[in-house]
Write a protein that binds this ligand. Sequence first.
Ligand code: CIR
Length: 255
Amino acid sequence: MATLTAITRPTGEELVDCELTHIDRSPIDFERARVQHDEYLSVLRRLGVDVVELPRLPQHPDAVFVEDTALVLPEVAVLLRPGAESRQGEVASVAEALAAYRDCFFMEAPAALDGGDVIVFGKQVLVGQTTRSNELGIQALAGLVEPFGYTVVGVPVRNVLHLKSAATVVDEETLIVYSDCVDLGFLGASLLEADPDEPQGANVVRIGDALLADASAPRTIAMLEARGERVVGVHVDEFGKAEGAISCQGLIFDS
Ligand code: CIR
């Protein structure tokens, strides 16, 4: 059976200096963030995921959000160029780690694209058009992944940092969305709605037969459970103050 690997990175006091785009700065308890990150790693390990922890990068406040640095497909890894300058130095060490698993390609300036803007849904790669991901980034990604049979589509996103802040994959036919921020009707896929009062509920992570969901989204979790999902609630509210969610904390792929 294929093993899932998660590339992750610890955080520390640097998190309080994180980038913020759509929300105001509020005090971040980095010790509590560390506890929540460790809880997330424990959940992954309990579900059989092989967890790789990269060294902490104290000079990069947002380095815990490794999802933004790369796109890992079954065929290839694309090392991205994050749209925030403060984050571009996070990529090199992720590239070193990914080289053990995939052929790696690199996105070059002036293209910019954050992994949090990328949803892979079958052979469709949806890319959020946000403050972090520009048209050159979308074109560059298309050039790198279309040879492997993928189609890359830009998707307008409103009022949130990333596409994946507002939509993620539940299964091969289904996504969960927070429709105030993104319209995915054009996909013709089955779309579940996060509860209107729980935008954070739209960020889930599939690990085998389990679905990680934000523990602070009980109504969305109840909706997912009612449709037969085995949901594991994960606490990430300390990261929410940094505009992060569950998926941001790991690059998870078949290895
Ligand atoms: C940032 O602004 O880059 C970080 N404070 C949050 C990144 C969250 N990443 C993600 O949603 N994939």
